[in-house]
Design a protein around this ligand. Structure first.
Ligand SMILES: O=P(O)(O)OC[C@H]1O[C@H](OP(=O)(O)OP(=O)(O)O)[C@H](O)[C@@H]1O
Ligand code: HPA
Ligand SMILES: [Mg+2]
Length: 166
C-alpha cells in the first residue's frame, strides 16, 4: 500500500462550510433550477444531504460505485447499483451529480458517461480529476490524501518537541 505524501484532514465544520460553498456556486448555475440530485455513494451522500437542504431539492437518487477497497489503493471499479431510468431521460439535463471528491477521475468518468448532460459537482478535486467536474470548491495536489470526518476519530497527539528530541 503506498501512502500519499501529504495529509489534508477535514473536520465536520470544515466539510459543512465547504459543502455550503459548493451549494452557493450551484445556486448560480442553471439558474439554481435542478430537477434532482444523483449522489455517488457512499462519499457523495454527505454533501448531497447538505446541498439538497440548501437548494430545496427533494428528489435524491443514488448510483453506487466502489473502487478504493483497501484504504488508499484503487482496485477494479464496480457499479453496484445503476441510476433509475426516469432520471436518465434527456441524457440527465438539469440533474446534479454529487460526489465528495474526484481523484483520478475514474469514478467521475464512468458516471458522466451515464448522464452526459448532467452537471457534475464535487467538494474537493485533485488535478487528474479536475477536467471531469463542472464545479468544485477546493483543489488539493495529487500527492495529498483527504481525510474525511466520517473516517476519523479523536486520538492522542504527541507533542511536537518529542519528534525533535535526540
Ligand atoms: O476519482 P477516483 O480516483 O475515481 O476517486 C474518487 C472516488 O473514490 C472515493 O470513493 P470510493 O470508491 O472509495 O467509495 P466510497 O465513496 O464508498 O468511500 C470517493 O468517494 C470518490 O467517489
Ligand atoms: O484523497 C482521498 N481521500 C478519501 N477517499 C479517497 N478516494 C480517492 N481519493 C481519496
Ligand atoms: Mg465514492
Amino acid at each position: 500500500m503506498s501512502l500519499p505524501e501529504k495529509a489534508f484532514p477535514v473536520s465536520w465544520d470544515q466539510f459543512h462550510r465547504d459543502a455550503r460553498a459548493l451549494s452557493w456556486r450551484l445556486s448560480g448555475a442553471n439558474k439554481g433550477q435542478w430537477k434532482a440530485i444523483v449522489c455517488i455513494t457512499r462519499g457523495g451522500l454527505v454533501p448531497a444531504a447538505i446541498i439538497a437542504r440548501e437548494l430545496g431539492i427533494r428528489v435524491i437518487e443514488t448510483v453506487c460505485v466502489a473502487s478504493y477497497h483497501d484504504y488508499t489503493s484503487q482496485g477494479q471499479l464496480q457499479v453496484l447499483k445503476e441510476i433509475s431510468p426516469p432520471l436518465l431521460a434527456d441524457d440527465g439535463a438539469g440533474v446534479l451529480i454529487i460526489d465528495d471528491l474526484t481523484d483520478t477521475g475514474k469514478t467521475a468518468g464512468i458516471v458522466r458517461a451515464m448522464m452526459p448532460k448532467a452537471h457534475f459537482a464535487t467538494v474537493y478535486a485533485k488535478p487528474k480529476g479536475r477536467p471531469l467536474v463542472d464545479t468544485f470548491v477546493t483543489e488539493v495536489s495529487q500527492d495529498t490524501w483527504i481525510y474525511f470526518p466520517w473516517d476519523m476519530g479523536f486520538t492522542y497527539q504527541k507533542p511536537i518537541a518529542d519528534d525533535h528530541a535526540g
